[in-house]
Ligand binder design. Structure first.
Ligand code: ZN
Ligand code: ZN
Length: 326
C-alpha cells in the first residue's frame, strides 16, 4: 500500500488532540445569533440567557453591522459559558445579500463593497482577517447570490455555513439548484479547504417557537478545545477541530495517516439508528457504516475525506474534511 501523507492544516493539532485527548473537551456553541441590536426580537441579555439555559458553552452575538458590547453580558469569567464578540458584516452586490460573520472581533467593521459578488465577499473576508477575527461565510444559498464557482474562488475563508437552519437558507437541493452541502463539496474538490458550520441564525425568541421562524437551538457546533477561551475556540475553528449538528452527538473523532474514525453517542431510545457516510471528491460516498464506532481506511486517491452522520430521527452531524496526498 502506498504511503499516504496527510496534509491537513491541523495535522499536528489533531495528533496532539489524540495523544492528550483527556486535556481536551467538547464545547457546544452557536456562531450566528441576532438580538434587538439588529433584527432580532429579544434583548441581548435575554438571548444570552436562552443559550445559557439550554446548555450551550459559548455564543457569538452577530448583529448586522453592529458589534455588541459583551462586557456586562458575560461578567463571570470562570463559569462554563463564554461570549465571543462578533458582527454579521452585512453587504450586498446588485441587491444580492453577502453576509460574512466576524468571530472574535474587537472593533466594528463596515461592509467593504466591491464590483462583483466574489470581490464584495472577498473584500469583507479580508477586512475580517485584517481585524484579527475569523470570517464565516453565512447562508450562501439565501437568495442565491453565489454560484459554486464563486465559492471556489473565495480565499482565506475557512468557515462556511453549510447548514444555516433558517428555512429561507435553501440548504437542500431542489429545482435544479445544488444543496449548500453539494456546493461545499465542489469547493473542496477544487482544493479550497472550508469547514462546514451549522448555526441557527436565531432572530425569534418570543411567542411560539415555530420552525417557520428563525428560532434558537436547531443547529450548532461542537468544538474540541483545551479551554473555554475565545483564543482556544478560534484556534479549533481554524484547525477544523469541530463538527456541526442538529442533534447527533459525536463523542470522539480520530484521524491518523491510515484512517478516519468517529464515535457516536447512542440515543436513549434503542430504536434510533445511525448511518455514517464517508464522503470524498465530488461528494462521492466512499463508505456507509451503521456502527456507533464508524471508520474509514484511506486508500490514498480520495483527495479528501469527510464524514456525515445521519440518524433515523432526521437529525444529522457533519464532520470536517481531511485532505490526503499520495
Ligand atoms: Zn445574514
Ligand atoms: Zn444573520
Amino acid at each position: 500500500m502506498k504511503k499516504i501523507l496527510l496534509i491537513v492544516f491541523s495535522l499536528t493539532i489533531i495528533f496532539i488532540c489524540n495523544s492528550f485527548s483527556q486535556e481536551y473537551k467538547w464545547y457546544k456553541g452557536n456562531t450566528h445569533t441576532h438580538t434587538t441590536l439588529s433584527d432580532g426580537d429579544e434583548l441581548p441579555r435575554r438571548v444570552v440567557r436562552w443559550y445559557q439555559d439550554n446548555n450551550y458553552n459559548f455564543l457569538v452575538l452577530s448583529d448586522h453591522n453592529s458589534l455588541t458590547e459583551i462586557k456586562y453580558l458575560d461578567s463571570d469569567k470562570n463559569d462554563d459559558f463564554l461570549l465571543i464578540p462578533g458582527e454579521e458584516v452585512t453587504d450586498s452586490y446588485n441587491k444580492k445579500p453577502i453576509h460574512v460573520n466576524a468571530i472574535n472581533l474587537k472593533k466594528k467593521i463596515d461592509p467593504q463593497h466591491g464590483n462583483s459578488i466574489v470581490e464584495t465577499a472577498q473584500n469583507d473576508i479580508n477586512a475580517v482577517r485584517k481585524a484579527g477575527a475569523i470570517p464565516q461565510l453565512n447562508h450562501p444559498s439565501w437568495r442565491r447570490p453565489f454560484t459554486d464557482q464563486d465559492i471556489i474562488a473565495l480565499k482565506d475563508c475557512k468557515l462556511i455555513e453549510v447548514y444555516n437552519i433558517a428555512k429561507e437558507s435553501n440548504n437542500f437541493a431542489a429545482g435544479g439548484f445544488m444543496s449548500t452541502e453539494q456546493i461545499w463539496d465542489k469547493a473542496l474538490s477544487k482544493g479550497n479547504l472550508m469547514y462546514g458550520v451549522g448555526s441557527d441564525d436565531a432572530h425569534n425568541y418570543l411567542g411560539d417557537l415555530l420552525n417557520t421562524k428563525s428560532i434558537p437551538g436547531r443547529a450548532w457546533v461542537k468544538v474540541r478545545a483545551k479551554e473555554l477561551t475565545p483564543e482556544a475556540i478560534c484556534a479549533s475553528f481554524e484547525n477544523g477541530d469541530f463538527y456541526s449538528s442538529t442533534g447527533v452527538n459525536v463523542v470522539d473523532i480520530k484521524i491518523t495517516d491510515k484512517e478516519y474514525t468517529l464515535e457516536i453517542k447512542a440515543d436513549p431510545d434503542p430504536f434510533v439508528s445511525f448511518t455514517t457516510f464517508f464522503i470524498g471528491k465530488d461528494g462521492k460516498i466512499l463508505k456507509e457504516d451503521y456502527n456507533l464506532k464508524a471508520s474509514y481506511q484511506f486508500k490514498g486517491d480520495e483527495l479528501y475525506v469527510r464524514a456525515k452522520v445521519f440518524a433515523s430521527t432526521g437529525d444529522f452531524a457533519i464532520l470536517q474534511p481531511v485532505f490526503l496526498k499520495k
